[in-house]
Design a protein around this ligand. Structure first.
Ligand SMILES: [Fe+2]
Ligand SMILES: [Fe+2]
Length: 280
């Protein structure tokens, strides 16, 4: 572990509920059953209440009332339940700063949601199967940045990075390494391991700025989702070029960049409905 990074700062984040970790394992295990997934939820009383509320919310639009966890799982789908559960946990982790209208953390949260929705968009148009964990991995890919913002302050961090980027003509991640001897991706990987998510998930978070690495479909999806989310407001043609090999591996060829970004923007406006359905 790099010298300037204190493991205690990881543990100061709320621990990820064990039910979310189990659900993540099951979403990536084709041998798991709806019964097993249902059982994990039933053993977590708070999650059971949330799942039933989500299943009966406007987001899922049920025609008849849903009263059992099993019916809720069938209605919402296992990957959707995982993303709602992890999303709710992150909202709770971010909320102390959000309540103080911290612009930086708000932006970070918006970027995280945009990245997750980008992965969802990619999985809809790619003939390659993107693992169900993709949305959740993209949602938490910059959690290491949250730790750095908490420690150094968003504005301070941005200023330090900008100074080094301008002075040395390096990337933001390289600038972090210059003064921290670590970077937010490495910190994020450590957090995800601390939360006991799978090594595949930790690897995707840890390597999400290594655009030239071929580390499997989950990593490809997170890297592409991150770049697409960054491109929503400001075009990043250089980064876009770097993800072309990923888009080719995902067999996405007929969709140009403008179309892909439009798909994500539509999802962003719809996402308000999704997060409003998330129980407070
Ligand atoms: Fe990042
Ligand atoms: Fe990012």
């Amino acid at each position: 572990m790099p010298a300037l990074f204190d493991l205690n700062e990881i543990t100061s984040l709320m621990p990820m509920p064990i039910s979310s970790v189990r659900m993540a394992e099951m979403v990536s295990d084709p041998g798991s059953t709806i019964q097993q997934f249902t059982r994990v939820i039933e053993l977590d009383q708070a999650l059971t209440v949330d799942i039933l509320r989500w299943a009966n919310s406007a987001f899922s639009g049920p025609e008849t009332r849903i009263d059992t966890v099993r019916d809720a799982v069938v209605r919402l789908g296992t990957a959707n339940i995982l993303k709602l559960a992890v999303g709710q946990h992150l909202v709770a982790s971010f909320s102390p700063s959000l309540s103080q209208t911290d612009y930086g953390e708000n932006e970070l949260w918006r970027h995280s949601v945009a990245s997750a929705l980008a992965v969802e968009g990619l999985s809809e148009i790619s003939p390659v199967r993107i693992p169900g964990l993709g949305f959740t991995a993209a949602l938490i890919h910059d959690v290491g940045k949250l730790i750095l913002c908490r420690r150094l302050g968003y504005d301070n961090l941005q200023e330090m990075i900008r100074e080094i980027v301008d002075e040395k003509n390096v990337s933001g991640v390289e600038a972090e390494r210059t003064f921290l001897q670590t970077d937010h991706a490495e910190i994020g990987g450590a957090i995800v391991r601390h939360w006991k998510f799978s090594e595949e998930m930790a690897g995707a978070i840890e390597n999400h700025h290594r655009h030239d690495m071929e580390g499997g479909v989950l990593l490809d999806a997170v890297v592409a989702g991150d770049v697409l989310a960054h491109s929503l407001d400001v075009p990043h043609p250089e980064e876009w070029d770097k993800i072309m090999p990923i888009l080719r591996r995902l067999k996405i060829s007929g969709v140009d960049s403008a179309n892909l970004l439009e798909i994500i923007r539509r999802k962003m406006s719809m996402s308000e409905l999704l997060w409003n359905a998330t129980p407070a």
